[in-house]
Write a protein that binds this ligand. Structure first.
Ligand SMILES: Cc1cc2nc3c(=O)[nH]c(=O)nc-3n(C[C@H](O)[C@H](O)[C@H](O)COP(=O)(O)OP(=O)(O)OC[C@H]3O[C@@H](n4cnc5c(N)ncnc54)[C@H](O)[C@@H]3O)c2cc1C
Length: 344
C-alpha cells in the first residue's frame, strides 16, 4: 500500500480532505493533475504588486469554513463596502446608474418580483420538474422582473436559466431582501488573494503528501482497496477520495463502473462557462489598461465576468459586475474609461 487514502485533486476540497485524514492519523497521498495547488482558486500578480483573482474571489458572510481557515492561516478578510453607484450596461450598450439593491424597475415588475418571492418562500409545488426559465415564464409575467432572476442565474451560476433547476430560484428568492440582490453574497475578499488559502493548507500537509503532474485516469477497486492509475504510474490505497469537479470525475475510468444513476448524475452536471477579465489601474494613476490578450479570441456567446480592482492599497476600491452579453459588451465597458467608472 502506498497510503491509506488517495485523494484526487489538490483544490480546496482535496486539500481539506487530506488535512482531515491526516489529523485522524491516516496516511494520505494527494494526486494533482497540474503543477500547482488551488484548482479553481488562482490569483495573478499585478505589475504594481498585489494580486487579482482569476478564479474564486468572494467570501460570503456565511462561508464559515473559509472564515475559520483564513483566521487559522492569519489571512485578512476585507469587507467590501458598497460605495458610489452601480453601473449597469445592458446588451445594447445602454448605461444605467443606480443605487440600492436593484436597477430601476417599473412598479408592476416590482410587484411581480414580490409575488414570485412569496410563492418561492412558500415552497412552490411546481418547482421539482422544471427549469428556472420554465418556472419564471409561468409565474412572472413582467419581462423586467424575469430579467432580475435571469440575470442572477447568469451571474452566479454562469448558465442560462433554461439550463438550471427551478429549485435554484428558492435560494435567490431568499436573497431578494439583501441590500444588493444582484451580488448578494459578495461580502469579503482575501487581502493578497484567495490562493493563499490553498497554499496555506498545502503547507500544513506533510511535504511528501502532494504529487503534482499526476492526472488520474483509472480507479480500480481490488480485494484490498483501490488501485489508482495516473499518467505517471499506479498507486494503491485502502480508499480513494475524488475531489475533482463532477464533470471531470465522470471522465475517470472506474472499474467496476460506478452505479448507473451516479454515473449519469456526474455526466449531467456540466460546469458553467465564465471568463473573467481583470482591468487594473496602476498606483501612479496612469491610464487604465486591460492587457488586450485577455479578451482576444473569446467567443461572444460566453459569459464574461468583469472585475476590476484598484489595489493601490489592498482593496481600496473596486468595481465588479458581470456581463452576459459577451465580449463586445465587455469592450464597451472598458471603453467607458476610468473617469466614468470612478465617478459612478
Ligand atoms: C471564475 C470563477 C469564479 C469563482 N468565484 C467564486 C467566488 O467568488 N466565491 C466562491 O466561493 N467560489 C467561487 N468559485 C467557485 C470556487 O472556485 C470553487 O467552488 C472551488 O474552488 C472548488 O474547489 P474544489 O476543490 O472542489 O475543486 P477545484 O478547485 O476544481 O479542484 C479540483 C482539482 O482537481 C484537479 N484534477 C482534476 N482532474 C484531475 C484528475 N483526473 N487527476 C488529478 N487531479 C485532477 C484539478 O487540477 C484541481 O486542482 C469560482 C469559480 C470560478 C471558476
Amino acid at each position: 500500500m502506498d497510503a491509506d487514502v488517495v485523494v484526487i485533486g489538490a483544490g480546496l476540497a482535496g486539500l481539506t480532505a487530506a488535512r482531515h485524514l491526516q489529523q485522524q492519523r491516516w496516511s494520505v497521498l494527494v494526486l494533482e493533475a497540474t503543477d500547482r495547488v488551488g484548482g479553481r482558486v488562482r490569483d495573478a500578480a499585478l505589475p504594481d504588486g498585489g494580486a487579482v483573482e482569476l478564479g474564486a474571489q468572494w467570501v460570503g458572510r456565511d462561508h464559515a469554513a473559509v472564515h475559520a481557515l483564513a483566521d487559522e492561516l492569519g489571512l485578512r478578510l476585507v469587507a467590501v463596502e458598497e460605495v458610489g453607484q452601480h453601473l449597469h450596461v445592458d446588451a445594447d450598450g445602454q448605461v444605467q446608474r443606480y443605487t440600492g439593491h436593484l436597477p430601476p424597475l417599473p412598479e408592476c415588475a416590482r410587484a411581480d418580483l414580490g409575488a414570485a418571492a412569496a410563492l418561492l418562500h412558500a415552497g412552490a409545488p411546481d418547482l421539482a420538474d422544471d427549469t428556472a426559465a420554465g418556472w419564471l415564464v409561468r409565474h412572472v409575467p413582467h419581462p423586467d422582473a424575469r430579467w432580475v432572476f435571469d440575470h442572477k442565474v447568469r451571474l452566479e451560476l454562469c448558465a442560462e436559466p433554461g439550463q438550471v433547476a427551478a429549485a435554484e430560484l428558492v435560494r435567490f428568492a431568499a436573497d431578494l431582501h439583501l441590500p444588493t440582490f444582484l451580488c448578494a453574497d459578495e461580502a469579503y475578499r482575501v487581502a493578497g488573494g484567495p490562493q493563499q488559502l490553498a497554499t496555506g493548507l498545502a503547507a500544513i500537509l506533510e511535504p511528501q503528501v502532494l504529487r503534482f503532474g499526476c492526472p488520474v485516469q483509472v480507479v480500480e477497486t481490488t480485494d484490498r482497496g483501490v488501485r489508482v492509475g495516473t499518467a505517471a504510474g499506479t498507486v494503491s490505497a485502502r480508499a480513494v477520495v475524488v475531489a475533482t469537479p463532477l464533470t471531470v470525475a465522470a471522465r475517470i475510468g472506474f472499474a467496476p463502473p460506478l452505479p448507473g444513476p451516479l454515473d449519469q448524475a456526474l455526466r449531467r452536471s456540466p460546469m458553467g462557462t465564465v471568463i473573467k477579465a481583470a482591468v487594473y489601474r496602476d498606483r501612479s494613476g496612469a491610464r487604465p489598461g486591460c492587457p488586450p490578450a485577455l479578451l482576444d479570441g473569446l467567443p461572444d456567446e460566453r459569459h464574461v465576468a468583469f472585475a476590476t480592482a484598484d489595489l493601490g492599497v489592498p482593496h481600496a476600491g473596486y468595481m465588479d459586475g458581470a456581463l452576459s452579453a459577451g465580449v463586445a459588451a465587455a469592450e464597451r465597458v472598458i471603453r467607458i474609461g476610468s473617469r466614468d467608472v470612478i465617478a459612478s
